[in-house]
Design a protein around this ligand. Structure first.
Ligand code: ADP
Ligand code: MG
Length: 403
């Protein structure tokens, strides 16, 4: 019985590594058609890549999109036959191809399906041995099967990367949902605590005045003042952000917001021996933003940067366009963040400062998440930290919505 090359090829269209399948296909084709070498080339952006090889001769030949016999075979619907003319070495009727060395006959069978070109089967023999009509018909069928194998592998790969992307998107979504609820909870809490706190402070002050400084226990009143003041500071941080907790999104320019955010700090920077460097993207960076809220986000980052450079340094404000995102980075040359703290810095009330509130970064992250953006930190302990805000490019988003 005739060797069932079509059945063998069809068997390859099952899940598995495409590299292994194509190497096996080359062996099967060689066996079925009695050539001396079989190469399978897959066509991509940079040309033809050798994905399967069997038989004699060099294997490491690849081709540009229009190079060699595979390049010639591209765009041809039918198989391309090449004979070596007896007269003169290297004469293949004008075809330049390093891979033909040592052979006298070659057949290039395009791998095509649905008008799409995927590569070629490249068969070569040392003798001038032309396959018969029946073999050529079988080769065409085998090629069609092989094309399906390649297409299947491509789809499998796309599916894999789509799965990966979906996983990442899900994780990001979960993260931002968690952050928004955390922010809302902090806001509600702050609201509840603020008024009683003012009362406690007020009553303690009245009591102090009433009793005078010399009564026993006056030092406890002092403690109440200090603690109430500290809590008020915490509340102010949270309050500024929640006062207007619904976003008022308008088309804005990230460059303008960044400039506006840094301006009030310029004096502080100069007196603290901190050099300000601005590296702003040339031209507008359109974002849909609540200007005031986004400025609070920047305020927190800039304040942290200044606090991390007590002995002076450089604060760099950078804006840039990256694909469909607008980036704004606040970088310092301060102490940086300890590796074991880096996972906690966005948590509410996490602080390493004596007078810190630990709310700055929580609020910043919540504001950025509400803008459908994300924030990232890069830090080297001892060498400084950089906080990168990433927001969707407004024009790009508009386009995506129109599609
Ligand atoms: N630019 C920075 N350099 C070094 N550490 C930082 C920087 N920004 C934030 N951190 C760390 O993150 C912690 C939390 O910051 P934040 O939420 O703003 O609260 P706070 O500034 O009140 O401590 C800080 O206490 C500090 O340890
Ligand atoms: Mg802070």
């Amino acid at each position: 019985m005739e060797y069932d090359i079509i059945g063998e090829m069809a068997g390859l269209a099952a899940p598995g590594k495409s590299g292994v399948k194509l190497a096996r296909a080359a062996g099967l084709l060689l066996k079925a058609f009695g050539f001396d070498q079989c190469c399978i080339y897959v066509y991509g952006k940079s040309g033809f890549a050798l994905k399967g090889h069997s038989g004699k001769g060099a294997r490491a030949v690849s081709y540009g999109p229009s190079e060699g016999a595979p390049g010639l075979g591209r765009g041809k619907r039918a198989a391309l036959e090449l004979y070596k003319l007896e007269a003169g070495e290297g004469s293949w009727r004008g075809v330049e191809d390093r891979g033909l060395k040592g052979f006298r006959y070659a057949l290039v069978q395009p791998l095509e399906a649905g008008g799409e070109f995927h590569g070629v089967i490249y068969l070569k023999s040392i003798e001038r041995k032309r396959p018969g009509a029946e073999d050529r018909r079988r080769l065409r069928k085998a090629a069609l099967q092989l094309t399906l194998v390649i297409k299947y592998a491509e789809i499998e790969k796309e599916l894999e990367s789509a799965k990966e992307e979906l996983k990442e998107a899900r994780a990001a979504l979960k993260d931002s949902e968690r952050l928004i609820t955390l922010g809302d909870m902090a806001a509600a809490l702050a609201h509840e605590i603020k008024n009683p706190l003012i009362s406690i402070g007020g009553f303690a002050a009245r009591l102090g005045k009433h009793l005078g400084p010399d009564v026993p226990g006056a030092q406890y009143l002092e403690r109440i003042f200090v603690e109430v003041a500290r809590l008020e500071k915490v509340m102010d941080g949270a309050f500024r952000f929640i006062k207007d907790s619904s976003l008022d999104l308008k088309p804005e320019d990230m460059n303008a917001i960044a400039e506006e955010a840094i301006r009030p700090f310029e004096e502080d920077l100069a007196s603290g021996g901190i050099e300000l460097r601005k590296d702003l993207h040339q031209g507008r960076l359109p974002v849909l933003a609540d200007r005031e809220q986004l400025k609070i986000a920047f305020d927190n980052l800039i304040a942290n940067a200044i606090q991390s450079m007590e002995k002076g340094g450089v604060l760099t404000m950078t804006t840039a366009l990256s694909g469909q995102y607008v980036l704004a980075t606040v970088a310092d040359t301060g102490a940086g963040i300890e590796p074991d703290a880096i996972d906690k810095i966005f948590n509410p009330f996490f602080t390493t400062k004596r007078n810190g509130t630990g709310l700055g970064l929580t609020i910043t992250r919540t504001i950025v998440a509400r803008h459908k953006g994300s924030i990232k930190v890069e830090s080297r302990a001892g060498a400084g930290a950089a906080f990168i805000i990433m927001l969707p490019h407004a024009a790009a988003e508009g386009q995506a919505q129109r599609q």
